[in-house]
Design a protein around this ligand. Sequence first.
Ligand code: SAM
Length: 294
Amino acid sequence: MEGKQLDKHLKRIGEDIWLIEDDRDNLKLTYRGKEIISSKKSPFQQVDIVDLYDFGKCLVLDGVVQTTVLDGYIYNEMISHIPIVTHDYPRDVLIIGGGDCGAANEVLKYEEVQSVDVVEIDEVVVKECIEHLPEISDTVPLDERVNFIFTDGVEYVKNCEKRYDVIIIDSSDPVGPAVQLFSEDFYKDVKKCLKEDGIMVCQSQSPIFNKEILRNTYKILNEYYPIVRVYKAVVPSYPGGMWSFTLASLKYDPVNADTSKLKLNTLYVNREIFEACFKLPNIVKECLIEAANK
Ligand code: SAM
């Protein structure tokens, strides 16, 4: 990458490369990098793979860190194992977004899963992650159960006739092509794509910095599903550290899941984490009460 024009989020200062994630006017996260492994402009976004000093290799979209080798497994395990184990017999899984393939890799650990459709808007993300981040994409390129569909997830669920046991919405932050992945119309269409005992889960952002998103997500899902549970994990590379996920289910409650089904070839999730992740701090509980009364 020597001598090439760098994306505006990457700066060369002396010998060093710095990645500056512009989270908001008052918060910029700055990472020291060793090397820019690859840099591509796709029709949707700037796709960079950067090797950082403390976080290892990572995927960066439009200057925002999506997943890193150091801590990406926390998010990927939590968004995947919790709904899969909650469902009695998850055969057909849909992942919307998820171009780094980390969530798909976790889902594939379950033999009962027969098909994993990954609906990703940006083919470049998948190609780059398979080529440069095999620590994260792992078995995905070799597993015949995976079917990539390169299209907008919003359009896909609008027109889809297939019905799924589990739908995982592994989207980037609600900017650009991901905005609609946080909308009520989208969640309504997702519900139509579930079997009658289906489960969906989405990442609902930081419960500290993005309360409005968590509140909205919880409020909308409560209108359409009998069981809605918010759970949390700490992901150091996401602003605020604490991250929320919202699971909405037509039949199975994760609080009563048989956690002995959990695959333990994981780095973060285990039976204790599964059971504890639904215990929420007061500030998050208050946010959900506000959402329910809105
Ligand atoms: N773990 C990550 C996080 O929370 O930052 C997100 C993982 S993944 C890289 C997010 C993916 O969603 C990106 O690859 C992006 O291209 C994809 N995406 C964004 N909008 C989309 C849409 N409308 N339909 C399908 N995929 C979308």
